[in-house]
Design a protein around this ligand. Sequence first.
Ligand SMILES: Nc1nc2c(ncn2[C@@H]2O[C@H](COP(=O)(O)OP(=O)(O)OP(=O)(O)O)[C@@H](O)[C@H]2O)c(=O)[nH]1
Ligand SMILES: [Mg+2]
Length: 323
Amino acid sequence: MDNTDKIRAGDVRSASRLIRDMEDKLPHARLRLKQLFAHTGQSFIIGITGAPGAGKSTLTDALIGAFRKHHKTVGVLAVDPTSPFSGGAILGDRVRMLRHAEDEGVFIRSLATRGALGGLSQAAGDAIHVMEAMGKDVIIVETVGIGQQELDIIHHAHSVIVVLVPGMGDEIQTMKAGIMEIADVFAVNKADRPGAKQLQIELASLLSASPLTADAWRPPIVSIGNLYEPVGFAEKTTELMQKLSDHRAHLVVSGQFSERMERKALMEISDALRVCILEPVLNRLVESGEMKKIIDRVKNRETDPYTEAEAVAHRFLRSGDMS
Ligand SMILES: Nc1nc2c(ncn2[C@@H]2O[C@H](COP(=O)(O)OP(=O)(O)OP(=O)(O)O)[C@@H](O)[C@H]2O)c(=O)[nH]1
Ligand SMILES: [Mg+2]
């Protein structure tokens, strides 16, 4: 059995090694991904996002349990764009989900910002592909909902849960600025805190105010209750799982599933182009010392970034030499 077969058979060690090699940008990793791609596209990918500390990992852990009860295999990718290291906050996630560590049907990995240059979305996409090739029925991608990078990552998902907690003041205001649009299901978390009911009411009124066509998906709000009342929490998590599956069915029936898959393919192609066009050009300019000269010229206003970029693009595209 070669490594591709092993990954397809769900072998955890081979999959982990490949994800690590991808992070280290080892050349053979890309080759392996090419081989695996044909075996992706069957998993249901769920994004979970929200403010730092909103309870995303806790909820992910509960969702793993709910899906496992339904005999679904689960992959989890925790992306932490704010941490420069693997580990850190993510270590907390691992610990939180430790009860699933022994379960062969669950595969949990984390990614940090290593590699920068907008590569995080691609790194996440690649890790998701590995989990898809492993045959996971469901893949949950957790990321903090703050900036553009995180929103890009969430576009790898078919359905997106936005987790909200009471007592965050302008949370709803912030949401209007972007997160609102990406939510397919809202989860109101930490209901043991004051303001949970209020948050739910405000959210519901905000949603009903937004104009939607009759057959459009109206994101449901699930009040998750709270962690410290385990029975209710588990029931609500099951409800959340049900809403996700309703959403998926809606996507398929309405034809939006295919649209989302197109958007995902476009994003994957753009990410890949960035890696094989932009990165080598930038590296080349830096290594040859030319970047430093361009920076100085732009800084001194002898030229402008647009003209410089055009000149570089012209030169590289004409030569066709990106390696
Ligand atoms: N009071 C209360 N605390 C909760 C609840 N659910 C989770 N927490 C706590 O909130 C803290 C953060 O939970 P996490 O699940 O790590 O939140 P997160 O959104 O994954 O956090 P980051 O990944 O660091 O952004 C932990 O200390 C949890 O124990 C809840 O229902 N009520
Ligand atoms: Mg977390």
